[in-house]
Structures are given as C-alpha cells and as structure tokens.
Design a protein around this ligand. Structure first.
Ligand code: ADP
Ligand code: MG
Length: 265
C-alpha cells in the first residue's frame, strides 16, 4: 500500500500506468470449438495516452478491448487497471469498476432508440445513483460540450450518425471515467463525421487528460492518435509512435481539421 501511494507521485513509476497487461490469453469455447483469440499479449498504457489498435479482422482486437473494458475475463495472464489486479475479480466487481472508470463507444452507437439524447446520456448516472437534478444538469453540460445543445430532446432516429456517436461519447463521459475505449467508432460514419469524432477524442485527450484507446482498420483514423499498436493472430506484432507507422499522419489530420472547420463555418 505504502509503496503504491509513494509510487503514484512519481510519473515514471508503474503506478502511473493506467493499463498494464502481462501475457494475457483468451480462449473461447472448448474442444473442437476452441478458438485462441489472444495468445499472450503484454502492453502498458500510461495515463493520458491516445492509442490506436490496428490489425486485420479476427486478430483479437475486440477481444482485447472487452478484456480492457472489464466486460470479460482473460483465460490467463494479468491485467492491472490503475494498479489494481482486475483479471480475477467477480462479475459484480468488474461491473462496479466498469461503471466508475470506463466509458465505451461502439461502432453501432448502441443508443436506446425511443429515448432522447439527454436521457441516453443520463443512463450511466442513473445506474450510479445520481439524483434527477444532478443527472439532467450534468447530461446537459456534456451535450453542450460536444456541440449538441440544440439536440437534447431528439431521439437517435432524428440524429445523423455522427451526432448519434457524439451522444454515445457524452454518455461514455457521464460518470467521469478517465478511460475511453472505442471499438471501430467511425466504422459506420462518412469521412467528415469520422474526422469530427476523432477531433473530439483528441480534444478530450488533450484538454481533460482522458486516456483514449481506439480500434480501427483505417490509417486515416489511426493518424489522429499518438501511438499505434498492431495485432495479428492474437498477438501484438508492432507498437510504435504514429509517425513511424503512418508517415503522412500530420497531413491527414490537417485535412480532417479543415473538413470539420468547413462544416462549422
Ligand atoms: P477482431 O476484433 O480483431 O476482428 P475478435 O477479437 O472479434 O477480432 O476475434 C478474434 C477471434 O476470436 C476470431 O477468430 C473470432 O472468430 C473469435 N471470437 C471472437 N468472439 C468470440 C466468441 N464470443 N466466441 C467464440 N469465438 C469468438
Ligand atoms: Mg472487432
């Protein structure tokens, strides 16, 4: 205990790691149906990083995100989240950690259809036991922050894909989670909406220090991040700064910026 509290004041110490995964494996099914989705993955992510996870379909990206997000438990290996070993916790304990510390953003938005933008953002606050006034105040502030002030009473079907994903991001932020995990968040969006979403992630990362991990197969999306981790066949085969992997990353981001500015102007 004492070591951890001392270590947390030292930026280079293990406690500064938000995510510390060692030799993680995940096997689905058994016998003839067995699939080894992860085969010994080790990765550390510090607080405040902005990471892209790339790799071909079936390489284990979503499985890895589910484990990082405490939605599932590994078959073996260690996962320390904020210095706490979570790989062996019960489902209820995982749910509590998830609600307090992790915001999810999915390709398909996963908003409740017959519910307004405001109510969708309120949901995690409702689960966390916040009172009605606090829920509404905080949800309005978040929708305001992401540029949807005039859409609070719209249902998902009355919003564009990019707007729906922004509502999902506001929902992910509702409980003040320090970590956002996004699995192909731009997979259903056109290039301009995609740039808008990545710009929002970058802003949350830079201005609020939120750690963001984004799965994508699109180099134009990964370009917005600062570090690119590549999976193949259930293993990490590459882990480098973005400019090493995507040489024209800065140009891609600048083009995305001006496309977004064009809409706003
Ligand atoms: P990716 O997100 O990189 O496309 P996944 O993590 O979804 O990869 O899948 C990795 C491997 O695990 C694939 O072979 C996939 O078919 C398998 N898989 C994923 N989820 C399950 C599951 N719930 N049950 C059985 N096999 C699964
Ligand atoms: Mg996937």
């Amino acid at each position: 205990m004492r070591n951890e509290s001392l270590a947390s004041r030292d930026g280079s110490s293990p406690a500064a790691l938000l995510i510390d995964v060692r030799d993680l494996s995940k096997i689905y099914g058994d016998g003839s149906t067995e699939v080894q989705a992860l085969r010994g993955v080790s990765l550390s992510i510090r607080n405040g990083e902005f990471v892209a996870i790339m790799g071909p379909s079936g390489s284990g990206k979503s499985t890895f995100m589910h484990l990082l997000g405490c939605l599932d438990r590994p078959t073996s290996g260690s996962y320390r989240l904020g210095g706490v070993e979570v790989s062996r916790l019960s489902r209820d304990q995982l749910a509590a950690i998830r609600n307090a510390r992790i915001g999810f953003v999915f390709q398909s938005f996963n908003l409740l259809p017959r519910t307004t933008a405001l109510e969708n953002v309120e949901l995690p606050l409702l689960y966390a036991g916040a009172g009605r006034d606090e829920r509404i105040k905080r949800s309005r502030a978040l929708l305001d922050q992401i540029g949807l002030r005039d859409r609070v009473d719209h249902r998902p079907s009355e919003l564009s894909g990019g707007q729906q994903q922004r509502v999902a991001i506001a929902r992910a932020l509702a409980n003040g989670a320090p970590l956002i995990l996004a699995d192909e968040p731009t997979g259903n969006l056109d290039s301009r909406s995609s740039a808008e979403i990545m710009r929002l992630f970058r802003q949350l990362n830079r201005d609020q220090g939120i750690t963001v991990v984004v799965v994508t197969h699109d180099p134009g999306i990964a370009a917005w991040c600062r570090r690119v981790v590549t999976f193949r066949d259930g293993l990490i085969i590459d882990d480098r700064p973005v400019a090493d992997v995507i040489p024209d990353a800065a140009r891609i981001v600048a083009a995305g910026e001006s496309a977004v500015q064009g809409v706003r102007a």
